[in-house]
Design a protein around this ligand. Sequence first.
Ligand code: FRU
Length: 711
Amino acid sequence: MRSIVMCAGVCLGLANVLVADEPDIVIADFEGADYGDWTTTGTAFGPGPARGTLPNQMDVSGYEGQGLVNSYFKGDNATGTLTSPPLTIQRRYINFLLGGGRYPGETCINLLVDGQVVRTATGPNDRPGGTERLDWYTWDVQDLVGQQAVIQIVDQRQGGWGHINVDQLVQSNRKRQAEPQSRRLVMAQRYLHLPVRNGAAVVRMKVTVGNTIVDDFDIELAPGAPSFWAFLDMAQYQGQEAVIEVDRLPGDSQGLAQVRQDDAIPGAATLYQEKYRPQFHFSPCVGWNNDPNGLVFYKGEWHLYFQHNPYGWNWGNMHWGHAVSTDLVHWTQLPIAIYPHQFGDWAFSGGAVVDRDNTAGFKSGTEDVIVASYTSTGRGEVIAYSNDRGRTFADYEGNPVVKHQGRDPKIIWYEPGQHWVMAVYDEEGAGDQLQQRIAFYTSTDLKSWTLQSKLDRYFECPEIFELPVDGNSQNTRWVVYAADGAYQLGRFDGKTFTPDQPEKTRFNWGNCFYASQTYSNVPPEDGRRIQIAWGQIGHPDMPFNQQMNFPVELTLRTTEEGVRLCANPVREVSRLHGKSFALERIMLTDGANPLAGKRGELLHIQAVLEPGDAQQVVLDLRGAQIVYDAAAQTLSCRDKQAPLPAVDGCVQLEILVDRLSIEIFGNGGRIYMPMGMVLDVDNTSLGITAQGGTATIRSLTVHEMQSAWRR
Ligand code: FRU
């Protein structure tokens, strides 16, 4: 044994004869028009190196010069190989840039000696999304120095990420691949500030204090100047030593060195004053949001949890962010409420209820327990409970409570049966055979659940609730919908939903509505059904991205077409009213604009318009046009259009204008059209005109909205 160790030592010593300053040997840089001495089989590699991104491919980056190997030639379904001529290994390392699919043996680069694969590597991607960036990869080939080898690039995979990208194969005595690194610092201030550069290589960062993992996540760590700073709340760890580890950091990256402490969150001094910050819609201080989660009212607070990536501008690292409001318009963001269970086991969407009767037995103090239900991506449907008014949650030790293929559990209390109901997206099969539906489970203790029924043809983020028709509590319907908002009305007996009609009815006519949810535990004296949806709106060049749509009150109203779900801005919108002016009974003759000279950035507009014999009535709000077409009886904004028949010769419009959105409500909420768009900051002009005839403004009130962030 001893002699073998000795031998290894001697061998290493010999190999060290290779000196670091020997020049690099370029094996291939793929800058030529063809592959030269390299040989191809199949079609995936095309006639020669690609010049960057190929048709229908996400943006390829990270390669050097103009050309690279890109086996996306004619798409993901082409296969083939690309093989180098024999080469002699003369340096300790082979460095190369690598990207594409992460399928060992199928999308890979191999080093072969005597026909045997002695080294192999794949790209980083095996799921939708991901990145077409190439990164440095290094093989340590010290033991192979002097031997003949061939490099073979393989694409034998079809379908998503069925391709491989390679560039700049170089023999070298210097390693280019990123290495794990760590840093220790004693927490003297509350926050760790983390530099993020959009588009930088994703690294995995783990922050620990003693044996506790504070958080473990992916981050586009900025090697140099960041696009923005993210933060990690270390309030609980003051005075203790934190260890920050990253799994891979290129030698020249300043990403870890730049991490710093601060008592304020990044950008605190100018928070909410950013150019594209929504002024009366919720958006996260920093990072990404998608779905609203756990909407629950408790003791005067409207809780808004949300799908949150605290460490990036894009979707990822799903946590439950948290904000509260006492009036649905002013929001205060609180520390993250639910962290991922472990790396990659993200906290996806779900709901929250108040367990007033302590049916689950989680109560430990004087507060009623708030129980959150959500999808833990690695475990299934789980519950977590809070004894501190929704600030922090403990994971139920018996999790998961439901295991199936699906996600997004929303729980409600079914009063007549005195039990809980979970509506959860459930799927079976795949491809053409995929069945998508809502599964309904029941429970008396929130922990053990019994499957009762399934409702076909619904996708993620299901919701179910009961509403009076025309305000009559003796005449109710149950409403069911999923992420797109299209709904069915029907009966629900606590176990099975029976729709009144086979078809769904469209609810949202805009371009930025998804994954909405309604509040639970709203006090009976309030009695409203309040919905918040994810406002799918990109915020260019900002440290945050996406927002929530304005909270709406849902009602059921009888219309000519039957009972319909209507949405109106919650009445608390008036709390933000600033100056206002009103017009009444004004004739709109062809082209005249009674709003000429009026200006406003943030607006709440209420109008009753009589199209008369005009062809169109056009509201021009800061350059965005909302058009009522009288002949077609349609309302449109940008590329979206909704039917809106006049009622008694009039159409009624209510409109909210923020920095990146215009929400339009037609005829008392019968039509709901939330529109995301970047409004020109310098354009505050307003206009209303009639075309092709004379219309009448019965009434028009313009309220200037105050920023909700100005306290
Ligand atoms: C909807 C959704 C949910 C999922 C969550 C993940 O937007 O895909 O189905 O739980 O987002 O962030």
